[in-house]
Design a protein around this ligand. Sequence first.
Ligand code: UDP
Length: 240
Amino acid sequence: MTTPAFKRVLLKISGEALAANQGFGVDTARIHEVAAELADVHKLGVQLAIVVGGGNFFRGVADQARDMDRVSADHMGMLATVINALALQDALESLGAYARVMSALRINEVCEDYIRRRAVRHLEKGRVVIFGAGTGNPFFTTDTAASLRAIEINAEILLKATKVNGIYDSDPVTNPNAKRYTRLTFDKVLNDRLNVMDATAIVMCRENNLPLQVFNLFNAGDLMRIVQGEDVGTVVSADP
Ligand code: UDP
């Protein structure tokens, strides 16, 4: 078996990645496909931590929240991420990969609280840790939660799963001539306002020297290729 290129990674999955084509809810077939890819990587011996979004149910900034108080809407968004985290935990365990949801908001009847030392211990014991409820604070995103948790648990890299093959100079969905970057600096991402993660998340990566690799979760096997050290998608770091 190949030796993995990383000992500990943090993977950010958006809520939409767990939904079927209509983009809403959790699709059973889809979540089992995603979980199978994660379980393969986990079997390789990589310590795997995951931050999952909630956009397939609710986003505090979306149209569905337009008449709501922002803080209440964000609380709903954070709870949505916990639903996804529980679904992912279940799917992983059905494949034999032990997993623990840790929530930034206290919901003790359904999952553990996020406690950094305990999260690291779970990883060391070979459990997949799924961080729910984002940062636990309104006005943040799960991308920022992903940067924060990755830094806290000393992950070597933040892997951001998207619907396209990396970072492009324009939207590849609408522009067939869009060019994909293989390597970028955090400064270029910020200066050119490249659409990857929100600026807070990128700045956290830059300030803490945490490399970021953006890839397409819908390309089967790409996650495995990344943890085996292959140049997939776009790598963002401090140096070009
Ligand atoms: N959210 C929040 N604080 C956080 C993370 C998330 O308030 O630290 C809320 C916010 O309303 C956000 C929603 O949870 O819109 C879902 O998260 P996100 O939009 O990042 O999910 P994704 O787009 O990755 O599915």
